[in-house]
Design a protein around this ligand. Sequence first.
Ligand code: ASP
Ligand code: MG
Length: 419
Amino acid sequence: MALIVQKYGGTSMGSPERIREVAKRVARFVKEGHQVVVVPSAMAGETNRLLGLARELNPEPSPRELDVIASTGEQVSIGLLSVALHAIGVKAKSYTGFQVKILTDDAHTKARILSIDDANIRKDLVAGNVVVVAGFQGIEANGNITTLGRGGSDTTGVALAAALNADECQIYTDVDGVYSTDPRVVPEARRLATVTFEEMLELASLGSKVLQIRSVEFAGKYKVKLRVLSSFTDVNSTDMGTLITFEEDENMEQAIISGIAFNRDEAKITVLGVPDKPGIAYSILGPVADANIDVDMIIQNASTEGLTDFSFTVHRAEYKRTMEILESKVKPAIKARGVVGDDKIAKVSLVGIGMRTHAGIAAKMFGALAGDGVNIQMISTSEIKTSVVVDEKYMELAVRVLHKAFELDKEPTQENMKP
Ligand code: ASP
Ligand code: MG
């Protein structure tokens, strides 16, 4: 007997038919002798609908009231799933976040979980119930309802699994796992049987939006065994989806590169002709940081005649604001020659823990891109990731070229594990 937390996303809960399927799947695990805690999201589209209603009545609704409104989506889901379970003879009991009690901080619309009282859940599990807990919501110390940010039901699932010391947290979604890259860009993309938590964090933060990033961080911190799988397979399917593992537990043959992430969310800015002297990076990035703008990649070129160019990337939504700060504050202060920018760029990243121990990955990456005429504008590397900035036009080409060069369409073997 195992204790399993199952989280079902909005599409999995999208209609009475879908909810019936979820109930059948839960029933199967109960029949196999497991204790099951289920965390459903709101029905597909419901959270957007609720938030839309609020904005229709007030263009700037108060975050406290937004949480009162948005949390109802999940409340409906837990009730519906419970009655669907009863209808097929499964004992089940629903709990809102505040009934549990999932205590959070008071950052409305993006609250963080502080603690979970597991007493009621445990009692109900022992009495043979499936416990159905609303995702995405909690309560702060003063009794106000909070929500955990969009996609927050993932975090509820993982946090419950941690609090209950569950054997596994299963995230059921409309895709059947984590892929080497987006199959819409590369049809040969391969589903990964396992991916390490560190890689998943990079893949998620870089735009493979299978899991809410905070839930992955949470799973890493509390060592929750996390699995991503599809709720659209047959309820008796033994498909295991993708298991998110911890590097130290990883004893299978591991490819050097697990996946390729990409995003179009960035913009590049270059400050031209800045004097090459101590404090210059601070003079440029200080005012940007003061405006709460996050900087990603940074490059400073070699200088000629005491002048250098300084480039960095920011989120595309912050492009205009950053340009204004540089033009009005930084350029006159440091007597730079000019400021130029490009918001039609994209970032493509190779991700893999094998990079820690294998040299030559970056060179192979640059060679593959050069071979297809893709110009690299910026490069950054970390222990398990190498990223390049390219013209947005070439992003998909770059992803395809790299997927092929690193043979990510094939199962990892001795051969393609060599760099
Ligand atoms: N219903 C919430 C949302 O749409 C939470 C979730 O689905 O995870 O963001
Ligand atoms: Mg989701």
